[in-house]
Design a protein around this ligand. Structure first.
Ligand code: PGA
Length: 247
């Protein structure tokens, strides 16, 4: 039985004061036994959050360097994240691809850097609005995923979490319908099955304007194992509604 994952992505939001409040508010949250809950703060705060997080909250990173160390100004390595007790890291988020030029090739290297240190890679994929409207969703997601899966050892595929995030749904209030999202998740699971017998155990999360009103229906779909939550993770009261939907 797969668990339901609810991961927050704070993006470039929150500061030490709002984070203190968030952690205090989170003390009231009861994480259902079938759920895995986590949050990815801005990197400068993640070590603090990891040090103060309760046991039922995984702390993640929004990004990781593909390099192990050396002359790479501004980067944070997977080993450093591990040293700071970071449990998971997003990789290949559409905002990284769009604004920071991250290619499938870089994404593949980042996933492998994480796998070497035991941090869970949360591999993000998803099509743009134009690709969606022109019927290219599956082929885009397929090439994003194959670019990584072709270079990951079969036994490591079981260590991945995949987040399907249609770009047109991120931060727009336009959520994919549960039927459409399910279709894409089913497609992704079948694709992963070509690489690993663990595909049926793989958590595949939905992301893109997921909130307290639509989470329950999305999470009820056969191949949707939770959500990657942006805007609705910034306030514990909103985030908790999504955690409750995991029950
Ligand atoms: P959103 O962002 O929930 O604000 O749409 C999701 C994400 O980008 O991970």
């Amino acid at each position: 039985m797969r668990k339901t994952w609810v991961l927050g992505n704070w993006k470039l939001n929150n500061d030490s004061q709002s984070i203190r409040q968030w952690l205090e508010d989170f003390q009231q949250v009861e994480v259902p036994s079938n759920a895995v809950v986590g949050v990815a703060p801005v990197s400068i705060y993640s070590q603090h959050v990891a040090a103060h997080a309760p046991q039922n909250l995984l702390v993640g990173s929004q990004n990781v360097s593909q390099f192990d160390g050396g002359a790479y100004t501004g980067e944070v390595s997977a080993a450093m994240l591990s040293d700071a007790k970071i449990a998971f890291s997003l990789v290949g988020h559409s905002e990284r691809r769009m604004y920071f030029g991250e290619t499938n090739e870089i994404t593949k290297d980042k996933v492998n850097a994480l796998l070497q240190t035991g941090i869970i890679p949360v591999l993000c994929c998803g099509e743009s609005q134009v690709q969606y409207e022109t019927g290219k969703s599956q082929s885009v997601v397929e090439s994003q995923l194959r670019a990584v899966l072709d270079h990951v050892a079969a036994e490591d595929v079981a260590k991945l979490v995949i987040a399907y995030e249609p770009v047109w749904a991120i931060g727009t209030g336009l959520t994919a319908t549960p039927e459409y999202a399910q279709q894409m998740h089913q497609f992704i699971r079948a694709l992963v099955a070509e690489y690993s017998s663990s595909a049926s155990d793989l958590p595949i999360l939905y992301g893109g304007s997921c909130n307290g009103s639509n989470a329950k229906e999305l999470f009820a779909q056969a191949d949707i194992d939770g959500g990657l939550i942006g805007g609705a993770s910034l306030k514990v009261s909103d985030f908790n509604k999504i955690i409750e939907a995991a029950r």
